[in-house]
Write a protein that binds this ligand. Structure first.
Ligand code: SF4
Length: 235
């Protein structure tokens, strides 16, 4: 396992994005919060996952709500990883644009941005700064060059992500995605631009971010490891 996603305990998200894939799971994000109820079990399981996977190089802290709503959890995850294997790179994926000390403890701060008007409004901080561009229809008509002009120069990595629907689990969300995804012409042009790009930034297109197979595993607040986002515990 090269990469692991560590998920913060689920609570109601402060942002409520209409395209949020967390609203599209059959399990409704109901996992036991052993971080709260049985900290030793949760901590030992995380330590064992890190120790038992020598090939683990990258951990992403994410959430089924904004992960910065659980700063203690984020701090504990960072401290545990640093203590067990200081070679692992740690990233957080966040919509929380305010400056916070946590960001300086991480290797990569990945800011999710779903509206083109926000690209030049964020003041990113952190060692390596990444923008995760959620391709809503606000990006229609923009090519790579026009997007790059809006992004602060300190940002070194950019990932373009396609909106993923819930395949009927959440009709409201699926309707939003159908009506507010980037249009096909803009997407096609962006893909061509990204393929041709040979500048200094790391730029990639992720058309299937929720597909974990052969990419990453998921460690949840119950202290269990999962192969995919739909899997539930047998306990
Ligand atoms: S901030 Fe993230 S978790 Fe919260 S609603 Fe938006 S996409 Fe979902």
């Amino acid at each position: 396992m090269m990469s692991l996603q560590v998920v913060t305990p689920h609570i109601k998200c402060i942002f409520d994005c209409p395209f949020c894939i967390s609203k599209g799971h059959i399990h409704n994000n109901k996992f036991i919060n052993n971080y709260l109820l049985n900290y030793n079990l949760w901590e030992n399981n995380l330590i064992n996952v890190i120790k038992n996977n020598n090939d683990l190089k990258y951990i992403v802290i994410t959430g089924t709500n904004e992960p910065m709503q659980s700063k203690d959890y984020v701090n504990d995850v960072i401290d545990i990883i640093r203590k067990v294997n200081s070679n692992i790179q740690i990233e957080i994926q966040t919509h929380y644009y305010k400056e916070d000390d946590i960001y300086n403890k991480l290797d990569v701060v990945a800011y999710s941005v779903s509206n083109v008007n926000l690209l030049d409004k964020i003041k990113p901080i952190g060692n390596i700064q990444r923008y995760v561009i959620i391709m809503t229809d606000s990006f229609n008509g923009y090519d790579l060059d026009s997007i790059l002009k809006l992004i602060p120069r300190s940002v070194k990595q950019i990932t373009f992500k396609k909106l993923i629907d819930s395949n009927g689990v959440n009709e409201e969300m699926d309707k939003y995605i159908l009506n507010h995804s980037i249009d096909n012409n803009t997407l096609k042009k962006l893909k061509e631009d990204i393929d041709k790009y040979n500048g200094n930034l790391s730029i990639r297109l992720d058309l299937d971010c929720m597909n974990s197979i052969n990419r990453y595993k998921i460690f949840r607040e119950d202290g269990n490891l999962y192969d995919n986002w739909e899997e539930v515990s047998n306990d």
